[in-house]
Design a protein around this ligand. Structure first.
Ligand code: PGA
Length: 251
């Protein structure tokens, strides 16, 4: 099955990185025999340059956030229409940094996901527990709750277009990766939740990405897991060589 590798630059990067990164990705993809889909999510101002640099290559254009209104007096925000205008293909919603710093709730995640789907942009719905929740045995319930609210009221057809990223909060930017077993087990929980909301066939076809300190060294073993369909990469997505190695690690 195709794997999906998505880079999340967060509030990092510059114009030079757009060209070096896209050149590195093009070369990594051309050397790969197995199928891999790659998406790059830089800060908003680089979307135009990203699109231009990608040219005809098959690389997705990702955004890190979207506002719920289509236009208007919302200084500093970006609408789905603007994302569409730059041929954005994917958009993160509910990243843990948005949840903790910008009060993004599960309800807001749902609103944003539905809006993106109406505009043919694939939402990448991020879920994940804190260390405290894991240590108190609440990790599965937390993730199921986040996902259930995010997908509430969504048709099976729409649900099939969603991507889910499991990112344990304690693993993001900390250098602590979930073990392959921990990640795979949560991915199975997510897949079961998706099957309950839609059908088993749809749940099987949905990409479930793992994120949280993925790097050139650990990508290989994570990507070998039965239910890990790809990775959402933060820090290592700013390093062309490391990101290429992650792409190469796709089985
Ligand atoms: P990280 O970030 O790879 O730097 O841990 C992942 C993410 O936040 O998407």
């Amino acid at each position: 099955m195709t794997k999906l590798i998505m880079g999340n630059w967060k509030m990092n990067g510059d114009r030079a990185l757009v060209s070096t990164m896209i050149a590195a990705i093009k070369s990594a993809i051309s050397q790969k025999k197995s199928r891999v889909q790659v998406v790059v999510s830089p800060p908003f101002p680089y979307l135009g340059l990203l699109k231009q640099t990608i040219g005809e290559a098959n690389i997705g254009i990702g955004a890190q956030n979207v506002h719920t209104q289509l236009s208007g007096a919302f200084t500093g925000e970006i609408s789905v229409n603007i994302l569409k205008d730059w041929d954005t293909t994917h958009c993160l919603v509910g990243h843990s940094e948005r949840r903790s710093h910008f009060e993004e709730t599960d309800e807001l995640v749902q609103q944003k996901a539905k809006l993106l789907l109406e505009h043919q942009i694939q939402p990448v719905i991020c879920v994940g527990e804190t260390l405290e929740q894991r240590e108190s045995g609440q990790h599965e319930a937390t993730v199921i709750q986040q996902l259930t609210v995010a997908l509430d009221g969504m048709s099976s057809e729409n649900l099939a277009q969603c991507i889910v990223a499991y990112e344990p909060v304690w693993a993001i930017g900390t250098g602590k990766t979930a073990t392959e077993a921990q990640a795979n087990q949560m991915h199975q929980v997510i897949r079961n939740t998706l099957a309950e909301q839609a059908t088993e066939t749809i749940a099987k076809a949905i990409f479930i990405l793992y994120g949280g300190s993925v790097n050139a060294k650990n990508a290989d073993s994570l990507l070998q897991q039965s239910d890990i369909d790809g990775c959402l990469v933060g820090g290592a997505s700013l390093k062309p060589e490391d990101f290429s190695q992650i792409i190469q690690a796709c089985p």
